[in-house]
Design a protein around this ligand. Sequence first.
Ligand SMILES: [Zn+2]
Length: 164
Amino acid sequence: MAVNDTDLTHLRRCVELAREGLADGDEPFGSLLVDAVGEVRFEDRNRVKEGDETRHPEFEIAKWSASHLTAEERASATVYTSGEHCPMCSAAHGWMGLGRIVYAVSSAQLGTWLAEWGVPPAPVRPLPVQEVAPGVPVDGPAPELAEEMRALHQEIQRRRGFAS
Ligand SMILES: [Zn+2]
């Protein structure tokens, strides 16, 4: 399945959430969960600025789903995200039996940008979702949103003294 117009609408909201995160001093990542009938049930954005580096929105979604959705609902849900899940979030998604993932920007794309800006590698390897959770259907990237996401990531890296 490719990224369709409905997917793009949800991904645009993820970009908005990423922008909110950045405006609040966090990293520009936003995600949401849509159920089988197309209703947005939960959304969040990155919240690592206080020091808990595990507060990724995709991880919060996986934890939220444990107490708010049945196994069947989890399997039929779609998780949209501005940036592809990191291995921690892919694992949480896989363990919880959540359904399809759609991302705007892949980890590979982000990695290319970060390298270009001279940012040192992250402590966790940026594996594709399906290397961590092979049963999860994954779609993306959405080229329509690449420039906007690149600008948001460039902004946070500039604040950190990179990407000048
Ligand atoms: Zn993550």
